[in-house]
Design a protein. Structure first.
Length: 356
């Protein structure tokens, strides 16, 4: 994770970095992120309890609440934990207007420039900005937006692009001379910086910091990234099948030859995607060496089956990597019809914390 942050830093140049650690640092653990991202300028996350964990783990630099506060009483924690808050809606402005904090609250004002999810629309931008700017106890630190298509190099003219969203953001408050925050991992690693180099800019990479690719079709290794998570298990049983015999629920896979199959202790309750099809690669390793073998049959709650016929040395107890350094999480995700983000962030805590 520290290596990946250094790669992000190389791309960011003079721009500041919010290391995005939402969803338990994309499944890697807030405490690990606090240590690995010591060189980041701040941590960005969603929930006050994760902010609390980051502070308890010793994080002293800024923390940005990416969706801001949900209710008025959250401001007590904003003050206690010294959080910077995104403001994306008028309900949040109304809460700030009622607030009488001991110290000014740092704010990122979020505008919607095409994502149509969170943020003030173009026709609300002036009012929102002016109401915030009128509050003596609010310090607007940056104007931000979130990109809809940074991971597409072929984005059609009809959809918002990195350039069009950035232009739209700049047009909303023409006199603004403070900071900006636009780029996610895809924009940081794949698009040349478009900001004015004389202005303060803060990028917000997430997925790249964990060594997965922000873009389908581009390998993380080709972006200089290293996987930070290894999902490991063991072969828990080995059995021989005659041609015609089938494996698992629904008998999805049928042996076409005399086959040796392994049962691996990892299933969808452990974060492995149930949608993974036959042929999804799995790494099996023992003293004789390692090999990529194929998943066969439907993924169960706590096991999968693999075809060990072409790996005669494979035996009960062999080490298995579901994803990590031998099998990229993005490769498994693509086979399963999803993205690395979902697999990493979906890892259950009880799996992450199980001692090896
Ligand atoms: C999750 C998130 C990011 C990080 O996106 P990646 O694609 O993981 O780099 C940046 N900004 C916001 C607002 C986010 O919610």
């Amino acid at each position: 994770m520290a290596h990946n942050l250094a790669q992000a830093r190389a791309h960011a140049g003079a721009r500041g970095i919010w290391a995005v650690v939402k969803a338990n640092a994309y499944g890697h653990g807030i405490e690990n992120a606090v240590r690995a991202f010591a060189d980041a300028d701040g941590l960005a996350l969603l929930e006050t309890d994760e902010a609390h964990r980051a502070r308890a783990a010793g994080w002293r630099k800024p923390i940005l609440l990416l969706e801001g506060v949900f209710e008025h009483r959250d401001f007590a924690l904003v003050a206690e934990l010294d959080l910077t808050v995104v403001v994306h809606g008028f309900e949040q402005i109304a809460m700030l207007e009622r607030l009488r904090p001991a110290r000014p609250v740092g704010v990122y004002c979020k505008f919607d420039t095409g994502m149509n999810r969170l943020g003030f629309a173009a026709d609300e931008a002036r009012t929102a900005f002016d109401r915030l700017a009128a509050l003596a106890h609010v310090r607007i630190e940056a104007l931000m937006t979130h990109l809809a298509n940074a991971d597409r190099r072929d984005a059609a003219a009809s959809v918002p692009t990195v350039a069009s969203q950035r232009r739209a953001l700049r047009a909303l408050v023409p006199e603004w001379r403070g900071g900006w925050s636009v780029a996610n991992s895809a924009a940081l690693f794949l698009h040349a910086p478009e900001g004015d180099p004389t202005e303060a800019e803060f990028v917000r990479p997430g997925i790249a910091l964990y060594g997965a690719s922000p873009v389908v079709g581009i390998a993380a290794a080709d972006l200089g990234l290293r996987p930070a998570m290894q999902l490991r298990s063991r072969v828990l049983a080995v059995r021989n099948l005659a041609p015609g015999q089938t494996v698992g629920y629904g008998s999805r896979w049928t042996a076409r030859r005399p086959s040796r199959i392994g049962i691996v202790a990892c299933g969808y309750a452990d974060g492995y995607p149930r949608s993974a099809p036959d042929g999804t690669p799995v790494w099996v390793e023992n003293a004789a060496g390692g090999a990529r073998v194929a998943l066969i049959g439907r993924v169960s709650m706590d096991m999968i089956a693999v075809d060990l016929t072409d790996m005669p040395s494979a035996a009960c107890g062999d080490a298995v990597e579901l994803w990590g350094t031998r099998i990229g999480v993005d490769e498994v995700a693509e086979r399963a019809g999803t993205i690395g983000y979902e697999l990493l962030s979906g890892l259950p805590a009880r799996v992450r914390e199980r001692p090896q």
